[in-house]
Write a protein of this length. Structure first.
Length: 218
């Protein structure tokens, strides 16, 4: 067991000395709340962990993988990297960034023998979504908010901003067992897809929500 903080340059330099066949960029933090009100330092922290820390880690390991002629870089993205929901703006933005980075890296490294892919989970009952809601206690004041409203997404994820914290509820939070199985499958190279999405019953809904952006009006 090794201690690794992806935001710490010293930790990353130590990690780059390891001989790694598969890099699984899995660390993540989340913040939710009205994007026009959330403290900017919280948004920066989301990007430091979810995006910049992982990119810096991937750069070092990509070099050794290219020199070796093989390797696999797996980015944990999200359904939030494919759709955007009110009050989840900071988290969605970080996952959209991951989508662009992973796809560009895929196209750049494929000719050099290195595989790059994403895993895009929907809401699973891991506790992550609940902690993201609890984080609102630090700064959100319902009485002082000028933009917060109750909202339910097209995907059945209910985001509720209550007096001083957030809740993500709804039947969309599924048993995480199947996503763990997908993690193992992708890590072992048993999937040839660039994007590995679960739950499968949400794929068409996501595509429908993406298509709807073209007709979005003011």
């Amino acid at each position: 067991m090794e201690n690794l903080d992806v935001t710490e340059a010293l930790h990353r330099r130590q990690a780059h000395a390891w001989d790694v066949d598969v890099l699984f960029n899995n660390a993540a933090v989340g913040e939710m709340g009205p994007l026009t009100e959330i403290p900017l330092e919280l948004v920066r922290q989301v990007f430091e962990v979810n995006v910049f820390g992982h990119l810096a880690l991937a750069q070092g390991f990509a070099r050794q993988m290219v020199e070796r002629g093989n390797g696999r870089i797996v980015w944990l993205s999200s359904i939030a990297g494919l759709t955007t929901n009110p009050y989840l703006g900071p988290y969605c933005a970080s996952k959209y960034a991951i989508e662009a980075i992973a796809q560009a890296m895929h196209d750049e490294l494929k000719p050099l023998g290195v595989q790059v892919c994403t895993i895009n989970p929907g809401p699973y009952q891991t506790g992550f979504n609940d902690r993201m809601g609890d984080a609102l206690r630090v700064w959100f004041d319902r009485e002082k908010s000028f933009s917060a409203e109750h909202f339910t997404t097209d995907l059945g994820v209910e985001v509720r901003l209550t007096d001083d914290y957030g809740e993500m509820t709804g039947e969309s939070q599924k048993d995480p067992e199947e996503i763990v199985e997908l993690f193992v499958k992708v890590a072992e190279g048993k999937s040839d897809l660039f994007r590995n999405f679960l739950p499968a019953d949400r794929v068409e809904e996501v595509k429908r929500q993406q298509a709807a952006i073209w007709d979005l009006r003011q």
